[in-house]
Design a protein around this ligand. Structure first.
Ligand code: PHE
Length: 329
């Protein structure tokens, strides 16, 4: 019986040996069956020997099993190889959200011109969001912005112009000032081009009176828009903001239809992209600045991202649908 185990040269043969020795009708079973027929006085001795034999066979079997299993694994590794050229689905790599990318691109431009980055709280008071920006209580201009109020005084800022006041008054910065302020703003608005939370970048440049003129504003915004959108036409259109005088909105030639007129530009050939103007003297007065002049501008980051990526519905930017976001990388 030992030989059957020893002579097994693979796991199959060993398994056959196991059945022949330990199986129900195997060698050991047959030997134990003899106990019934042998004389009583010999039984004890016979059973003892048989049990010893069983134990020995068992040990031998286990040893052989371990060796053959190892051999089998070794053979398997030797014969099988991994084909590294096999197709493997592309692994997912994370990326910045298109709005963050657009924000970064805008910031890069102004930082390269030595503008500092200033941030402030999202919860503001009436003074910073309205009063100091020349929008007194009960003034109809307050209706331009659908504000989320916490109470009579506390609110979610509706624009980043609040940071102008923070910087000039609260942080007591002395001119010259050259800053941008990127960040979230909030308005009660929800349709295909508006979401209740969106992002703006505010810009402010202030220096001694006479140092900063409308020409500076015009030059920098034109240059900036060419940097963002390439070879577009830029148009300054008179407008109104309470905190700037004169004020203008800035348009670029429609990048969807090349100014021919389409649905996106409402057949006008122009897309509005910025609000801007010379800082109103009333604002300087509120923050205690004298003998200075300056310009300010504000833009919506989502709008820039939509134009850059040609996305028609702003809300889709916030739905987190990877199929859409991947297209905007
Ligand atoms: N705060 C204005 C808005 O949210 C934009 C703006 C900023 C206009 C600075 C002029 C100057 O619409």
């Amino acid at each position: 019986m030992e030989n059957r185990i020893n002579d097994s040269s693979n796991l199959d043969e060993l398994e056959k040996a196991r059945v022949a020795i330990f199986g129900k009708k195997g060698y050991l079973a047959q030997e134990f069956a003899k106990l019934k027929t042998i004389p009583n006085e010999q039984k004890r001795e016979f059973a003892k020997n048989l049990n010893l034999k069983k134990e020995k066979l068992n040990q031998l079997y286990e040893q052989k099993l371990a060796i053959l299993t190892k051999d089998a694994l070794h053979d398997k590794m030797k014969n099988e190889s991994i084909d590294v050229t096999l197709f493997h689905p592309k692994s997912q790599i994370g990326a910045l959200h298109p709005i963050t990318q657009t924000m970064n691109k805008i910031i890069d431009y102004f930082v390269s011109l030595n503008f500092s980055i200033q941030e402030a709280t999202l919860v503001e008071d009436d003074f910073h969001n309205f009063e100091a920006l020349n929008i007194p209580a009960y003034h109809p201009a307050r209706d331009m912005q659908d504000t989320f109020f916490f109470n009579d005084n506390k609110l979610l800022r509706t624009h980043t112009s609040t940071v102008q006041i923070q910087v000039m008054k609260d942080r007591a910065s002395k001119p010259p000032i050259r800053m941008i302020s990127p960040g979230a703003v909030f308005r009660k608005d929800f349709d295909i081009t508006h979401t209740p939370m969106f992002h703006q970048v505010e810009g402010l440049m202030v220096d001694k009176v006479g140092e900063i003129s409308f020409a500076n504003l015009k030059y920098i915004l034109e240059d900036f828009l060419h940097y963002m959108f390439g070879d577009v036409k830029v148009r300054f259109r008179p407008s109104f903001f309470p905190f700037t005088e004169p004020s203008c909105e800035v348009d670029i030639s429609c990048i969807f239809c090349n100014s021919k007129g389409c649905r996106v530009c409402s057949q006008s050939g122009w897309l509005e992209v910025l609000g801007s103007g010379m800082v109103d003297p009333n604002v300087f007065e509120k923050v205690g600045y004298k003998d200075v002049s300056g310009y300010a501008f504000g833009l919506g980051v989502e709008r820039f991202a939509m134009l850059l990526h040609k996305v028609p519905d702003l809300r889709s930017m916030f739905e987190g649908d990877l199929r859409l976001l991947e297209q905007m990388q």
